[in-house]
Design a protein around this ligand. Structure first.
Ligand code: SF4
Length: 331
């Protein structure tokens, strides 16, 4: 997949009918107001300056329930982004939203604009977890939204969270399994982290440990990838000083690397010694975060080859081949 360039525009809590227990977009982004045209232009120019001249970015509206905004406000943002599209400056428009705010009426508006990807915050496929997390949707809303997106031919991705109030190891794993039936083309997974000024902080919520979270997220990632759903990110994304808003929980800037490190250590451990060869250009990911897999690599006699392929007992194979055995071990 070629690198994509994103200009993120945060509209903190725009269109949100409730405040989710884990969320404080003001804390997460440091932005207090909904951007007006001047703000939009400043953000746009700043990001454009980071990208090479020949790269066309996407404008992405985040931090809100975008389709929950009043239609006039939603169209104000879409019109602004569309003016960049008409000028051939951007590839298209993306946004995040919540399932219950996806209706045919909203989609009819979206269809007037170059919206090419929608990220739907599902978080869990369990109604009790959604209710305890103060989400404004239930599982029926999730399936309705997925059907509407599919019927209208709009590509979408789903966002899952682990370790929410009322959830469990198997509920999180099952959410990943259920996601495979949704028609989504990609997924993001992030663990529940307690941020300042959230309901979770007030309730003194005890989040899961990073060790548990990494293992579970790795299993979820393998389930999704086995079903051809691209996992574009694991781990919560915080910007700059916003890391200081983490009160507790499995936050690491290297969460995604830790997940991959775990997956490769399991791939190695589920095979016989001296049976595995990885491409040299995968050395970094196989050795893992801070070379954590170094000992296992030595112990299992893993070697590296100039070939682009992975070999198991001298037979070409691929990463996903190993996943079912590992998943079986962890569910
Ligand atoms: S819907 Fe999204 S932006 Fe709104 S409160 Fe919930 S997580 Fe935050």
């Amino acid at each position: 997949m070629s690198k994509e360039y994103i200009i993120p525009i945060f509209i903190p809590h725009g269109g949100c009918k409730k405040r989710c227990a884990f969320c404080n977009e003001y804390s997460a982004t440091g932005i207090k107001e909904k951007p007006d045209t001047d703000d939009l232009e400043i953000i746009y120019k700043e990001y454009k300056g980071y990208f090479k001249k020949n790269k066309k970015p996407y404008i992405a509206f985040y931090g809100s329930t975008f389709t929950g905004l009043e239609n006039t406000i939603m169209e104000y943002y879409l019109e602004w982004a569309n003016s960049k599209y008409i000028n051939k400056e951007i590839e298209g428009i993306r946004f995040s939203t919540s399932p219950e705010e996806i209706t045919q009426e909203k989609i009819n508006i979206l269809k007037k604009y170059p919206v090419n990807l929608v990220e739907i915050g599902v978080q869990s496929f369990y109604n009790d977890v959604l209710a305890l997390s103060n989400r404004s949707h239930n599982t029926e809303d999730i399936w309705n939204a997925c059907v509407l997106m599919k019927n209208n031919g709009i590509e979408f991705g789903l966002h899952l969270m682990t370790g929410l109030p009322g959830s469990s190891y198997m509920k999180d794993i099952n959410s990943a399994l259920l996601l495979t039936f949704s028609g989504a083309s990609y997924a993001r997974i992030h663990p529940t982290v307690v941020l300042k000024n959230t309901l979770l902080e007030r309730e003194k919520y005890i989040p899961e440990t990073i060790e548990k979270s990494v293992k579970k997220t790795a299993v979820m990632k393998m389930i999704l990838e086995l079903n051809k759903i691209h996992v574009i990110r694991t781990g919560i994304c915080l910007y700059g000083d916003e890391i200081n808003n983490v009160v507790s929980g499995p936050y690491s800037e290297s969460f995604g690397d830790l997940v991959n490190t775990f997956i490769y250590s399991e791939i190695i451990k589920t095979n016989e010694k001296n049976s595995l060869k990885f491409p040299k250009n995968k050395k970094g990911i196989v050795y893992g975060y801070k070379k954590k897999n170094c000992e296992i690599i030595k112990e299992y006699g893993v070697s590296f080859t100039d070939s682009e392929e992975i070999f198991l007992n001298n037979q070409k194979t691929h990463t996903e081949f190993f996943y079912p055995k590992i998943i079986e071990k962890y569910i």
